[in-house]
Design a protein around this ligand. Structure first.
Ligand code: GTP
Ligand code: MG
Ligand code: NA
Length: 345
């Protein structure tokens, strides 16, 4: 194949970090939704996937993207929100395990916290590249809110004392990360993304730095990891959660990392009592910019290409095991081999 033939899937971006650093709020700002407001006590308890089409990213980053002559090559981003509460280590681990890149969210007023460190260790263990969103900049004393503004523009109009406090907080964070043996630098000063972690200051409340965050993610993927997101037909699909949904019975939420799923496909998933063989009755997704955790009218698909968060309706899924892989049985596949694979997980 020549370069022009190459097709890319959306990168999978996992949002990780300590409880209440603003992970869901950042996503809400990006999607223009209010998922956080609907959560019990404001605590995230599930993994959520949402697809952000590239058109939405272009629209949101317009002035900035024009300034830097950004050329968008990817179809969008699949964002995976995870809980920060300490009891959900398994979900953070699952989320970080399937992503191409992670956004580690740190509250600029709090610095590194327990689950920040845990997240760093997870990312290290799996060698997952990540950037840091240094969130809640609007909480800096005397910070003048600049709604939906590129961060550097917002910084320019701050009082001397607010700018100074921001500089101190950044220094503190860089020092704390150095304590974890990580080199970090504000993203516009970062000359080597392989050696330094980029810090992107943001506010999920005012929208400052959101365009920066989107563009840094896009640029990193396009400049350094494009080969990682080449679309292939090699199926790679992870089961996130098993859920009973009114009208559908037991369903599974999956992340399709690569390949294609079709209605009617014969599938094998790991079950607590051994491999489960069934076939896909429906492939459902929330509308673009919405997410799997929120009740909405699902869109029914005959066929879906990666990357996407999908709800699968099929009989017999009650004992399916979250965190394992989903296999499709093709006409020439050895079912015994696939059964054995599903058993091993
Ligand atoms: P968990 O999923 O429970 O770990 O929390 P989270 O990281 O998703 O944080 P969440 O979005 O629930 O936000 C926690 C609290 O911080 C909420 O009250 C938000 O309104 C607030 N918050 C989030 N981002 C910002 C921000 O940029 N600025 C300010 N001032 N508050 C914020
Ligand atoms: Mg949350
Ligand atoms: Na929260």
């Amino acid at each position: 194949t020549t370069f022009a033939d190459k097709q890319y899937r959306s990168p999978i971006i996992c949002i990780l970090g300590h409880v209440d650093t603003g992970k869901t709020s950042l996503l809400d700002k990006i999607r223009n939704t209010n998922v956080q407001g609907g959560e019990a006590r404001g605590i995230t308890q599930q993994i959520g996937a949402s697809f952000i089409p590239v058109e939405a990213i272009k629209e949101q980053t317009k002035s900035f993207a024009e300034k830097i002559k950004m050329d968008f090559k990817l179809p969008g981003l699949l964002l995976i929100d995870t809980p920060g509460h300490e009891s959900f280590n398994n979900l953070r681990s699952r989320g970080s395990g399937l992503c191409d890149l992670a956004i580690l969210v740190i509250d600029i007023m709090h610095g590194l916290e327990a689950q920040t460190l845990e997240s760093i260790n997870l990312l290290r263990m799996r060698k997952t590249p990540f950037i840091v969103a240094l969130n809640k900049v609007d909480r800096i004393y005397d910070w003048k809110p600049c709604v939906n503004t590129d961060f550097k523009e917002a910084y320019k109009v701050q009082s001397k004392s607010a700018a100074q406090e921001f500089d101190y907080k950044v220094k503190d964070t860089i020092a704390a990360l150095a304590g974890q043996e990580l080199n970090a630098e504000l993203y516009w000063r970062n000359k080597d993304h392989r050696k330094y972690v980029s810090l992107v200051p943001t506010s999920a409340h005012t929208g400052e730095g959101i365009s920066d965050l989107m563009l840094v993610v896009m640029q990193l993927m396009q400049k350094l990891m494009l080969d990682k997101v080449e679309f292939t037909n090699q199926l790679q699909c992870t089961l996130l959660e098993v859920k009973v949904i009114e009208g559908f019975g037991t369903t599974i939420d999956v992340v399709l990392v690569n390949g294609t799923l079709n209605e009617g496909d014969k599938i094998v998933v790991s079950g607590f009592n051994g491999p489960i063989e069934t076939s896909i009755r429906s492939l459902l997704t929330p509308p673009p910019l919405r997410e799997s955790r929120v009740k909405s009218t699902f869109i029914n698909h005959k066929s879906i290409r990666a990357a996407m968060g999908i709800k699968i309706v099929a009989p017999g899924l009650e004992k399916a095991v979250p965190g394992t892989s989903l296999h499709v049985v093709g006409p020439n596949d050895d079912i015994e081999k696939i059964r054995a694979e599903a058993k091993r997980e």
